[in-house]
Design a protein around this ligand. Structure first.
Ligand code: FAD
Length: 426
């Protein structure tokens, strides 16, 4: 198998080394071909329109490679910040860094809420006129690489088909909501939805709400809705490393100053460096082990102090102190989650869910908790899209070979590597 693959790659490389890129079918040849009559041809198909997809499109445009299409399964362009509109949704990396380095924006807050990130997304879309390249309601269901003519065949759920020389897969790491399989789920008579698919037609004010999950989304939803609901029950999973953060609004003068190129880049670097230094605490490098221990102790002391301040119940306090090292799972930077748990109308269940009933949730301790709404703050099937498109690696390989031969091919690798850079910055 490996020998055959190597042979194929050698053949491919020879063709490119001989500068025979023109051996690849032209757009006209493909469109005129018998078997592909019903498929649209583009030089490049980009899957998804989150930040990565937009960046790929911008980079291609900048190199005058404008024969591309973005295929988006949603009914609008956007990605993460279009989908995650739940109350309290916001970024947990300051937007000074969580933004595109060459597309500045006058953000109003250190940590932007979802609404501002969506505004920023739309600003990018309009600035680079990306709508005209996008086809919405196009869920890519299958990618097939035809090695005989070096073309990708793209199938979509709508039945439309596309053919491309290059695929840039930006279909997202945290794009597919994970809903756990809980017995009795179908019997529930109230409203239920995932944080990533928040149903804004359902009012939660004055209602009894159950939130399943206490990771990043759970820790944002709970404080945002706790004061408006009648009763909130949080079904808490494993303890999380909850760390403090300093958020604030920017004045208009500050927004202007932060927008200036020198200040902006310095600010970006400082935020980046701060997060990198903090990362040392997560690792066990021999040289930095003392610093790592010091930072870990600092966070542990802080969490202990806050748990003592806000959580009266001994069992819950103990449950909420992680028994694993800082950095083993995603950390939760928040100042509002613990105070919300201390509210009189908020309960926390740590016994676990036995099953969902028509009127609420039965816990493993045998308690029946009546609910009007169930919110799944249960995260995502991480990387599930990439696993599905098993030929993704082959696409990367083709792009790598193309770098051998000159300009156009180099552009494509830049588009891709920018996407990779964004992933690394995440
Ligand atoms: C609630 C939440 C909070 C987050 N907070 C942070 C944070 O604070 N800091 C941070 O660094 N990262 C955060 N992230 C990660 C975030 O996903 C990335 O930062 C970034 O927005 C990802 O951009 P993307 O373009 O790669 O993917 P996405 O924004 O997920 O975009 C993927 C797009 O592909 C589309 N798509 C998927 N499958 C298909 C298909 N088969 N066919 C066609 N289209 C498809 C989707 O509809 C979507 O529009 C958060 C994620 C979530 C969900």
């Amino acid at each position: 198998m490996r020998a055959e693959k190597n042979w194929r790659m050698k053949q491919l490389k020879t063709r490119f080394d001989n500068n025979s890129l023109e051996l690849l079918p032209t757009k006209e040849a493909v469109q005129g071909g018998k078997t592909q009559k019903d498929a649209q041809y583009f030089e490049t198909v980009i899957i998804g329109t989150g930040f990565s997809g937009l960046l790929a499109a911008i980079r291609l445009q900048k190199k005058n490679l404008t024969d591309f299409v973005l295929l988006e399964r949603g009914s609008d362009i956007g990605g993460t910040w279009r989908d995650n509109s739940y109350p309290g949704a916001e970024v947990d990396i300051p937007t000074g860094l969580y933004s595109i380095s060459f597309i500045p924006y006058k953000f109003k807050k250190r940590y932007s809420p979802q609404s501002e990130l969506l505004e920023y997304t739309n600003y990018i879309i309009d600035k680079f006129d990306i709508r005209k390249h996008t086809k919405i309601n196009q869920t890519v269901t299958k990618l097939t690489y035809h090695e005989d003519n070096f073309l990708w065949h793209v199938e979509t759920a709508s039945g439309k088909r596309y053919i491309a020389r290059f695929i840039i897969d930006t279909s997202g790491v945290l794009a597919n909501p994970h809903i756990p399989d809980i017995e009795g789920e179908d019997t529930f008579q109230g409203a239920k939805f995932h944080t990533g698919q928040w149903d804004h037609s359902v009012s939660y004010e004055g209602k009894r709400v159950g939130v399943i999950g206490s990771g990043c989304s759970g820790a944002q939803v709970v404080p945002s809705i706790a004061s408006k609901v009648d009763r909130l029950t949080l079904f808490m999973g494993k303890a999380q490393w909850i760390i403090p953060r300093s958020d604030r609004n920017f004045s208009s003068v500050e927004r202007f100053i932060r927008y200036l190129p020198g200040v902006r880049h310095l600010n970006r670097f400082i935020i980046f460096a701060y997060h990198e230094v903090r990362f040392i605490a997560f690792r066990r490098y021999p040289l930095t082990s003392k610093l790592s221990k010091f930072i870990k102790n600092l966070y542990a002391k802080n969490l202990k102090k806050n748990l003592e301040k806000y959580i009266d119940d001994d069992n819950l306090r103990q449950h909420m102190m992680p028994d694993y090292e800082l950095g083993s799972r995603r950390i939760i930077p928040t100042n509002t989650f613990l105070p919300a748990l201390a509210r009189e109308n908020v309960d926390v269940d740590i016994s676990g869910i036995e099953r969902i009933t028509p009127t609420g949730i039965k816990t493993k301790e045998g308690k029946d908790i009546p609910l009007d709404i169930i919110v799944y703050a249960t995260g995502f099937y991480a990387y599930s899209n990439m696993k599905r498109h098993s030929r993704f690696r082959c696409m990367v390989l083709v792009v790598e070979i193309l770098t051998v031969n000159g300009k156009q091919r180099l552009s494509l690798i830049r588009a891709l590597s920018f996407q990779v850079t964004l992933t690394i910055l995440k």
